[in-house]
Design a protein. Structure first.
Length: 122
């Protein structure tokens, strides 16, 4: 019998939780968790999913696609305007690696702490 579990949180290690939460808040429109602070910040979705950001003093950003520091986590976001969303995320401080597999329908970007994530055109 399969277990029935509901995903309730995803947490990313980073050097500055409040700054990374601000980036994702601007990118997603999710509301800040009221107990966010300099050690752990969170964004709360309407469905209850929390995206958390926890301070790690010796955080090493992933080196995707190079394997020296693994990507650790990979988020994907569906978007209706791939080009426009990419431009706005770059304005907010996202990075864009040179390696772009399937660039016609998805873009790999990195958040300000270096975590790769994708935006996928729908």
């Amino acid at each position: 019998m399969a277990l029935r579990m509901k995903l309730s949180a995803i947490t990313l290690d980073c050097p500055d939780p409040l700054a990374l939460a601000a980036f994702y808040q601007q990118a997603t429109g999710l509301e800040p968790h009221p107990k966010s602070d300099a050690e752990f910040a969170g964004l709360q979705g309407e469905d209850g999913l929390l995206i958390g950001f926890q301070r790690v003093a010796d955080h090493r950003a992933p080196t995707w696609p190079a394997p020296e520091v693994p990507q650790q986590l990979h988020l994907c976001f569906d978007v209706t305007d791939l080009e426009g969303t990419e431009a706005r995320l770059l304005e907010l401080g996202a990075g864009k690696p040179a390696d772009q597999p399937h660039a016609d329908r998805r873009r790999v970007l990195t958040d300000p702490a270096g975590h790769p994530f994708c935006i996928v055109g729908s």
